[in-house]
Each structure stands twice: as structure tokens, then as C-alpha cells.
Ligand binder design. Structure first.
Ligand code: ADP
Ligand code: MG
Length: 233
């Protein structure tokens, strides 16, 4: 599903250059649930942004579902993002003046899906995350965990090949984090490929594979015995 070879990325700040990814290699197969770990500043978000086609590496190759991701213009990049990827962020990134249903329907609008189908699909995914009853609530009428569920429904609405989540539980208390992980595990159980950035070991233990980044390199990559979130919630 994802093949990354010798990926490098530096940031230029004036005359200084910060080498953040220093030759990252890994493959992710369809159906995996991978945690990317590492301390703050180790390059996790940089890597995830490249995987999400929100940013581009300086060198190396990235192949997503057989498609080389290289030198794309913004139109093609956004088409690939829509077609292949769903995003979840620590800070939810919901649109504050739109209700839950409209937030979830949003990516479908950009894909040209008609109004009726948009709302049917959005409602289906809100049901899936257990929030059909909150379809007409604005984000500020939802708890943190509920907001993240809406964001997950939005990420799934266009049926992406891969779900990318950058510290999806980073703003949530422990119990709510485990509830969100229970949802993510269920989505992965159905076959969706999921990549989570986290620096919390208990969250990583709920994935099936842990990749550790340090100073721009992968220093560990191993399968783990998955802890079910339901053991806690
Ligand atoms: P992590 O997500 O693991 O905390 P990041 O990938 O966000 O790490 O950042 C890695 C390093 O790159 C950090 O030192 C950070 O300050 C720097 N960095 C990240 N984004 C930029 C940017 N747009 N411009 C300059 N430096 C950046
Ligand atoms: Mg980060």
C-alpha cells in the first residue's frame, strides 16, 4: 500500500538547514495498523505530512497504492489526497460554524458527490462512529471525544485507502483516548489501513506494529501483540 525508499527532508531557515528525515525506509501493507513513535521533534509529523501528500520529500521515493507520488501539481495532489487518504488531527480541525453532518459531508462535496448522496453517506459514517444523534450539533456543542469521532467519520466518508492520524488522542483524556482507539481498531478490523503518530506507549500497544523514529531515522520497527482497547473501556 505504501512504499517509502530513502526519504530525505530538510527545512531551510534563512541560511541554516535542518535535516529532519535522513533516509527513511519502510513498507506498509494493506490492512496494517501502524504506530509511528518517537520523541517530540523526531520528524513524525514531517513524515506523516509527506505520506499525506501535504508536503514533499527532497529525495527518495514514495509509492502509494502503486502510484508514484512525485512532482505533482496541486490539482493532482488534491485529487490523490481525496481518493487515497483520510486525515485525523490532534486538534480535530472541524469547521466550527458547520454542524457534525455538514463537516462529515464536506469532502464529498469536493469530490462532486450530489447533495442527497452526500448527506446519506455522511449520516452512515456518523452512525458508524456512534453519533447519529448529534448530527445537527455544532463542534462547540460536542466533547473532545465526540469531535474526534466526527473527524474520523469525515476522514472515512470518501472511503480512503489509508487513514492517517497525527496524535489523534493527544488532546484527549485517557478514557476518551481508549474509546477513540476502540473505534480505530474497529475500522482496522474491517480492513482499513491505518497509520497513527503517537508518543504514548499505551496507544502504540493498541496498534499491530510499532515504528520508532529517532533523529530522522527509523531505529526500531516491530510487530506487536495488539492490546484491545475494549480491555480498558
Ligand atoms: P514531531 O512531529 O516528531 O514532533 P516534526 O516533524 O513536527 O516532529 O518536526 C521535526 C523537526 O523539524 C523539528 O525540529 C521542527 O522544529 C522542525 N520543523 C517542522 N516543520 C518545520 C517547518 N515547516 N519549518 C522549519 N522547521 C520545521
Ligand atoms: Mg508532530
Amino acid at each position: 500500500m505504501i512504499k517509502i525508499t530513502d526519504l530525505h527532508k530538510s527545512y531551510q531557515m534563512g541560511s541554516a538547514s535542518l535535516h529532519v528525515l535522513k533516509g527513511v525506509n519502510f513498507n506498509i501493507e494493506a490492512g496494517e495498523l501502524v504506530a509511528i513513535m518517537g520523541s517530540s521533534g523526531s520528524g513524525k509529523s514531517t513524515l506523516l505530512n509527506i505520506l499525506g501528500i501535504l508536503d514533499e520529500a527532497d529525495s527518495g521515493s514514495y509509492i502509494l497504492d502503486g502510484v508514484p507520488i512525485k512532482n505533482l501539481n496541486e490539482t493532482i495532489a488534491s485529487r490523490y489526497r481525496n481518493q487515497f487518504l483520510g486525515f485525523v488531527f490532534q486538534s480535530f480541525n472541524l469547521i466550527n460554524y458547520k454542524n457534525a453532518l455538514d463537516n462529515v459531508a464536506m469532502p464529498l462535496y469536493y469530490q462532486g458527490v450530489g447533495r442527497k448522496q452526500r448527506y446519506e453517506t455522511a449520516m452512515h459514517y456518523l452512525e458508524k462512529v456512534g453519533l447519529a444523534t448529534h448530527a445537527h450539533h455544532l463542534p462547540n456543542e460536542l466533547s473532545g471525544g465526540q469531535k474526534q469521532r466526527v473527524a474520523i467519520a469525515r476522514a472515512l466518508a470518501s472511503n480512503p485507502k489509508v487513514l492517517l492520524a497525527d496524535e489523534p488522542t493527544g488532546a484527549l483524556d485517557t478514557k476518551t483516548s481508549y474509546e477513540v482507539m476502540e473505534l480505530i481498531q474497529g475500522i482496522n478490523d474491517e480492513g482499513k489501513t491505518v497509520l497513527i503518530v503517537t508518543h504514548e506507549p499505551d496507544i502504540a500497544a493498541m496498534c499491530k506494529r510499532n515504528v520508532v523514529l529517532k533523529d530522522g531515522l527509523i531505529i526500531d520497527d516491530k510487530k506487536v501483540e495488539q492490546v484491545r482497547a475494549t480491555a480498558y473501556v
